[in-house]
Write a protein that binds this ligand. Structure first.
Ligand SMILES: [Zn+2]
Length: 88
C-alpha cells in the first residue's frame, strides 16, 4: 500500500485520496461562446505524461485539494503543495 502526502494532514493511506485533474489545465472562458469540440477537449483530453507530472488531488478526510508531484513510471511521490497559495 502506498502512502501519499497531504500538505495539511501529512502522510496518509492512498485510499484516502482521489485524482481531480491535471495541474495547469485552463478552463475555457465561459463568458464567450465555447464550441462543443473545445469543451469536450477540456473535459476529456489529458496529456497523460510519461515520467514526472503535476496533478490536482483531493484528500477526502480534510476535503482539501492540492498539487501532487509524482513520477508515473516509478510511482514515486516527488512532493506536494497546497493549491491555494494563501494557505501556509
Ligand atoms: Zn488532508
Amino acid at each position: 500500500m502506498q502512502q501519499f502526502p497531504c500538505p495539511f494532514c501529512g502522510l496518509r493511506d492512498e485510499r484516502e485520496f482521489h485524482f481531480a485533474a491535471e495541474a495547469g489545465k485552463i478552463r475555457p472562458d465561459t463568458t464567450q461562446p465555447v464550441s462543443d469540440a473545445d469543451w469536450a477537449a477540456y473535459l476529456h483530453n489529458r496529456k497523460n505524461p510519461k515520467g514526472e507530472t503535476r496533478e490536482v488531488w483531493i484528500h477526502t478526510p480534510c476535503a482539501e485539494v492540492f498539487i501532487l508531484k509524482r513520477d508515473t513510471l516509478s510511482m514515486a511521490v516527488l512532493g506536494c503543495e497546497p493549491l491555494r497559495k494563501d494557505i501556509p
